[in-house]
Design a protein around this ligand. Structure first.
Ligand code: SF4
Ligand code: SF4
Length: 390
């Protein structure tokens, strides 16, 4: 299929990128799932990765998202490979977004250290978009105390960073605080899919960020592939009504691109077929192009998924903070996702990587008393534990 599509003329769409005098391709290339990232690194076909990246750039993709996987060694190898793909004039045709994981910042000097690492591995003089990753109501005050933005400003003055942004995962009010605290943000990045309209921070957050002049970058439009796997029966029955019989990835991407406030959608692509299909789709989709019946169909799919959730948690975070540091909404999200998308393995793996510990709950009940939905939180945590820990 990639071979056939490579002959097709594609004119990828571009959108204004916030306040910048530059337009981003509506499709951004995320490198987090390049071949074998999740498997055995030694089996990676490096030539194929270079071919995929150059195929996309040759067809107009001009936004590359480096992400920041937990495995630093693997990320280093990936970044060096990206540097190789960007030789021969390709670097000048793209802008690179690099993510600095906020949880790994212990001192202001860490900003320079991570920046030095990125620049050396990418063999470049500057990072176009430097993002503070994983911002939420806990990490943001920490970063402010360390005054990391002064370090970023100094790096911008020295030309090593062109623009500063952040990746955010929390509710709307926390987003307002981040946005209102600094005038020089250029971009913000959110996870967003048709399952995320009212959290992370949802449609309202995206509109607010865009109204403040920031470029909005969206990641995980297909929820890490969960929206393209075999759907549960109740969801499959609704998709079966689609008269156009579109692929599920097509629906997921179209829905996100339908938002005019979104500058680019980063898709983590892992095969040449995916690259070719996404590039071809980005050639055809406009903002505000979904019809009312199409919106209704997706709304019904969303409702059908939600009915499968074992915990009706809205991630409002009203029950937080837990005195023992248990992130109840996040654990419920992992639990709900595992059941809704029939993907226990990913949820278990994230539970381990994010170092949750339901066992430390002493059942004090403070969270349940604060929950507006009267969720019996300690009992539901026990249920979640059975699935997420075993
Ligand atoms: S019941 Fe458990 S999760 Fe809830 S506040 Fe108490 S210790 Fe934290
Ligand atoms: S458990 Fe209740 S209070 Fe806590 S995030 Fe979920 S809905 Fe909100």
């Amino acid at each position: 299929m990639a071979g056939e599509l490579s002959w097709r003329k594609t004119v990828i769409k571009y959108r204004k990128f916030g306040r910048l005098d530059w337009k981003a391709s509506t499709l951004g290339f995320g490198v987090m799932r390049l071949p074998s990232l999740a498997g055995d690194p030694s089996s990676m076909d490096e030539d194929e990765v270079v071919r995929m990246l150059r195929y996309a750039i040759d067809r107009g993709v001009n936004y590359l998202d480096l992400g920041y996987p937990c495995d630093r060694e693997w990320h280093e190898r990936l970044t060096r490979l990206l540097a190789r793909a960007l030789q021969d004039g390709y670097r000048e045709r793209v802008k690179i977004a690099a993510n600095l994981p906020s949880l790994l910042i212990d001192s202001p000097a860490d900003v320079e250290r991570y920046l030095d690492d990125h620049l050396e591995r990418l063999q470049t003089d500057s990072i176009d978009f430097f993002l503070f990753g994983g911002l939420d109501r806990q990490t943001w005050p920490r970063l402010q105390e360390m005054d990391v933005l002064s370090r970023a400003e100094a790096a911008m003055a020295g030309g090593r960073i062109k623009n500063v942004g952040f990746a955010f995962h929390d509710y709307f009010q926390a987003l307002r605080e981040v946005l209102d605290a600094y005038d020089n943000w250029t971009l913000c990045q959110f996870q967003y899919s048709y399952m995320d309209i009212d959290h992370h921070p949802g449609a309202g957050g995206i509109r607010y960020a865009a109204s403040k002049g920031l470029a909005v970058v969206v990641t995980e439009p297909l929820r890490g592939g969960r929206l393209t796997g075999t759907p549960p029966d109740s969801v499959a029955a609704i998709w079966a009504e689609d008269p156009q019989n579109r692929p599920l990835s097509d629906w997921g991407l179209r829905w996100v691109w339908n938002h005019p406030e979104i500058a680019t959608v980063v898709s983590d692509m892992s095969t040449m077929e995916q690259v070719a299909e996404n590039v071809a789709l980005a050639d055809t989709v406009e903002a505000d192009s979904l019809t009312v019946p199409e919106e209704v169909l997706i709304g019904r799919v969303r409702d059908a998924y939600r009915k499968l959730r074992p915990v009706p948690c809205t991630a409002c975070r009203g029950c937080m903070p837990c005195p023992l540091g248990i992130d109840v909404p996040r654990i419920f999200e992992l639990y709900n996702d595992a059941v809704m998308y029939d993907d226990v393995e990913t949820a278990r793996s994230l539970y381990r990587i994010e170092r949750h510990d339901i066992d430390s709950c002493n059942e004090c009940g403070a969270c349940a008393a604060a929950c507006g939905l009267k969720i019996a939180i300690p009992d539901k945590l026990k249920e979640a534990r059975k699935l997420l820990v075993g």
